[in-house]
Design a protein around this ligand. Sequence first.
Ligand code: ZN
Length: 299
Amino acid sequence: MQLQFFVRSPTHQTLTVTLESTQTLTLRHLKSSLLPNTKSISSFYFALNGKPLSDSTILPTPEILHLSTLSLLPRISGGGGDGGATGAESRDCYLKMYAEKKPDKIDPNEKRLGKWLNCALSFEPLREPCVIDKLGNIFNKETLVEALLGKKLPKEFRHIKGLKDMINIKLSKISGKQADAADGAMFQCPITGLEFNGKYRFFALKNCGHIVSAKALKEVKSSACLVCHKEFVESDKMVINGSEEEVAILRERMEEEKAKTTMEKKKKGELMLWMGQRIVVNWKGMKNLRMERNRVMLE
Ligand SMILES: [Zn+2]
C-alpha cells in the first residue's frame, strides 16, 4: 500500500510525495531533498495541522494519514518546531503587535515621509534586509514574508503572492546612524549622498537591487549600475514610492509580466521529477522551482 501525502511549500506550492510500501524515510531526509542547503534545513520545519513534527519522525507513521497535508514552515526564533509555541502562534502575536502600533490618523505629509523611513506593512523603521514589491513599496523582508505565510497581507498588497514578487534591495547606510534610529533617514544614495528621506527621487535597479538617487542616474549617464556595474535597461529601473501615475505604470508592467508567465506555464505543462529514494514529485506552479543536482530548489 502506498502512502501519499502533500507538502505545502513556504511559497504556497503543493508537492505530492508518494512513498512505496517498501520505503522508509525520515522527515529530515525529506526536507533535505526539498531544500537547497544545510543552512536552510535547520531554518524550516514540518507541521501537521499546525503541530510541529520532529525531524526524526520516520515515515510511514500513523500520525501522517494517507492524503494528509504537511506544511513546510520557516522557524521563527524563540518558538516553533521545538515543542514551544507554534510558528502560527508567534506569527499571530507578531502581526497583532504591528496592528496595535498602527496609528488611526496620520498627517498625509507625515505618512508620505514615513513611507521612506518605515516598512510599508508594519510601519516599523526600515531594517535590512529590505525588499520592494513590483509597485515600488518598501518592506522589511521578514515582516512581509511572515505576513505572506500567515495570509495576513492587507488588500493593497495582495499582488504579492510569493518571494518571486519581492525584489531584494541593497540600501546604502548613512555611516554613524545606528540601526532602528527613529530620527530621520538611515540610508542614502551611495553616489550623491542624498538622504533617503522622501525629499528626493530614488530608483531600485531590478537586477542587482541597488538603490540610487534619480540625480545620480541623471548625472552619470550609464547603462550599468553605478555601484556594481551590472548592466541595466530602462525597464529595470523601478521608482521607489512613486507618484500615482508612476505606480500605475509599474502596475501595468506587473500585469503584463504576469500574463506572460501564465502563458509560459501553460506551455510547459506539468513536471514530473524523480528524486532520491524514488519519491515521485509532482509540482504545480513551477515558476519558483529549479532543479540542481537532483534537488528541488525553492526560490
Ligand atoms: Zn548594482
